[in-house]
Structures are given as C-alpha cells and as structure tokens.
Design a protein around this ligand. Structure first.
Ligand SMILES: O=C(O)CCC(=O)C(=O)O
Ligand SMILES: [Fe+2]
Length: 330
C-alpha cells in the first residue's frame, strides 16, 4: 500500500488564516472547498470511491465507519453550554473532515432552527452532554436512551437530510456512549409480513399539540415505503426534545405493529463507539440511528461528537433557490 503524506503540514498549509468556525455563511463556502480539496488529495482512492458512491448505490451498505482520521490530538475541554458556543478553538481539524466528507458524499446542509438555536454555528453541530438535560430524551441528554429514529421523520420529505455524519472529537472515556444503528433491509426482513402490510398501508399521524416549536403541528406518513429490497422506514423517537411528546394516532393494529417494529429495531441495533477521528456516516433513508444512555461528569472529559447533515444535492424550500440552510415547512 502506498504511504500517505504526513497530514498536519498539509492541513496547516490549506487552512492557515481561515476562520476556525463554519457557520453557514459565505466564509463557510471557502472552508468547505478547502476541506474537500484536502480530503480529495489525501484520502486513498478506494476510500474516496466508497464515500462518493455512498448515497447513490442502493445495493451497498447503509452505514459507513471511517476510523482514525487525523484530528487534533489534544482538543480543548468538552464544552457544555450547547446553546451558546461560538468560538471553536483547536478543533478545526474535525470540522474540516466532517464537512469534507459531507461534500464528498453530497452537499453539507443545515436547518434554520439549528442556526437559530445557536447550536455551535449551524453547519457543524456540537453534540455534548448538557448539565440541564441529564434526564431528558435529547441530543444533549445522557442518562436517557435516544431510541432508534430517522432524523426529520416527521417533516416534509423534500428537506429531509439524505445522510448524517458524526465525527468523534473526544470519545466517551467510559465507552458507554455508543451511537446505535439499524439497517432498514434487516429491519424489514425481521418484521412479520402482516405487520409490513399494515405499516405500508395505513399512515401514522403524529400530533405535536402546541409543543412543536411552531414548526409543525401534525405529520402524517406511511411507516414503510419503497421496495422490499430497499425500504424506507419512517421510525421516529416520539419523546425527543425540543419537539417532544408527540401523540400517535392510528388504528390499534397500526400502533401495535409500530411498537413491535421499534422493539425489533432495538434488538437488531449495533452500537458504534466514536473515538477522536472516527466518523460514522448514516444514510438517513436506509438506516435508523440512536444513542445509548451514558454517564457524564461535566469536567471537560465527556463525550464530544460533531454532526453534519448532507443532501445528495442542494435543494431550496418551495419557491426559493437552493440553500445550505433549510427551513421546515410550516
Ligand atoms: O449522539 C448520537 O450519537 C446520535 C445523536 C442523534 O441522533 C443525532 O445527532 O441526530
Ligand atoms: Fe438523530
């Protein structure tokens, strides 16, 4: 195998003088371009091919893990105030990688609600435990399991991210925190034909009441669509905040089949522990993901993951030009 050129000097050369954070504005375009160039020149060709075909090859894997990408060996302490992180000193290498790979598989995008909430800049979201969310079912929770789900399951399909990318900045030192994944082909194969038939033929209604952050009040979708050889399973985590506490409406048969589907997904799920430089890429229409419960101690040593969403190509909200910042339909 051909030896790869040493990475840090290349990195310094390409990124010297660029702002450290990428927040979905014009400056982030240059950041994405340079990161993409660097990845193209440095990654082995076979790895690049796997990444570039990932969203286009429906016979291939629905989840990829790339381990050991060169990121900062000594990142700053894990930050905890999720809603209030603007400076990102020292961890630019992980941001460059996660954005570069999002650009290799498609186009990095974000959502206005994330930018508005100030979650660490929009395009790259920091996922760290939050002392105010310890017992909450949330991205920034820790003690509660985040059940298997498809991100944006309850929003309009046009803006649903095709993939999510999670890169470790700091692995959970206790190795309890794992991202769980479940392939939809495997899930369908383990589901009874009568349940598949109900889940394909009666839509589920999610009713969010007033707790829906004004984004949507009701969503209605079939839980299984697409061919049996490549199904889309619209599984959701109904308790996740800030959406939270959706009530489900459907026939008793549908609700029971959905409960069994979720239990089967839990049984099939595989856990992935993300160390610094490990990147997990999930096809958001071909696999569900979640997170185990874990312990956080809030002394700067806790798990720190960065997340980027990707679309196959940039799209616009209805009637608008394509954009990296998408809005949920109202
Ligand atoms: O923390 C994780 O591993 C997964 C979080 C998650 O579900 C997400 O970022 O969409
Ligand atoms: Fe998620």
């Amino acid at each position: 195998m051909k030896a790869l050129p040493p990475f840090p000097p290349l990195f310094k050369e390409r990124f010297d003088g660029l702002p450290l954070s990428s927040d979905g504005d014009a400056a982030s375009e240059e950041f994405i371009t340079r990161a993409h160039e660097l990845a193209v020149s440095w990654l082995p060709a076979d790895v690049r091919t796997r990444l570039e075909t990932f969203l286009h090859d429906s016979s291939g894997p629905s989840v990829l893990v790339v381990r050991g990408l060169p990121v900062d060996s000594d990142p700053p302490p894990t930050p905890y105030a999720v809603g209030n992180m603007s400076a990102k000193p020292g961890k630019v290498m992980s941001e460059a990688w996660v954005l570069a790979v999002a650009r290799l598989i498609g186009q990095p995008v974000t959502y206005q609600t994330l930018v508005k909430r100030g979650m660490a800049g929009g395009l790259v979201c920091d996922l760290t435990p939050n002392p105010n969310s310890i017992d909450k079912v949330a991205f920034d929770g820790c003690k509660k399991v985040l059940d298997l789900h498809r991100d944006f399951a309850v929003t309009s399909e046009k803006i649903v991210a095709d993939a999510l990318l999670l890169i470790g900045v700091r692995g959970d030192p206790r190795k309890e925190a794992q991202t769980t994944v479940c392939d939809f082909r495997a899930l369908l194969a383990a589901t009874s034909p009568s349940d598949v038939s109900i889940l394909r033929s009666e839509p589920m209604r999610w009713n969010f009441g007033s707790a829906a952050n004004n984004s949507f009040a009701v969503a209605e979708k079939f839980l299984i669509t697409g061919p049996d050889s490549n199904p889309l399973v619209n599984i959701f985590e109904e308790n996740i905040l800030p959406v939270g506490a959706a009530s489900l409406k459907g026939s008793p048969q549908l609700l029971e089949a959905y409960a069994r589907l979720k239990e089967t997904a839990r049984q099939l799920a595989v856990g992935v522990w993300l160390d610094a430089g490990d990147l997990l890429i999930v096809n958001n229409s071909r696999a569900a993901h979640g997170r185990t419960a874990y312990t956080a101690v809030f002394d700067g040593s806790d798990r720190w993951v960065q997340r980027v969403y990707a679309k196959r190509e940039l799209v616009g909200c209805p009637g608008e030009p394509p954009s990296r910042v998408l809005r949920f339909a109202s």
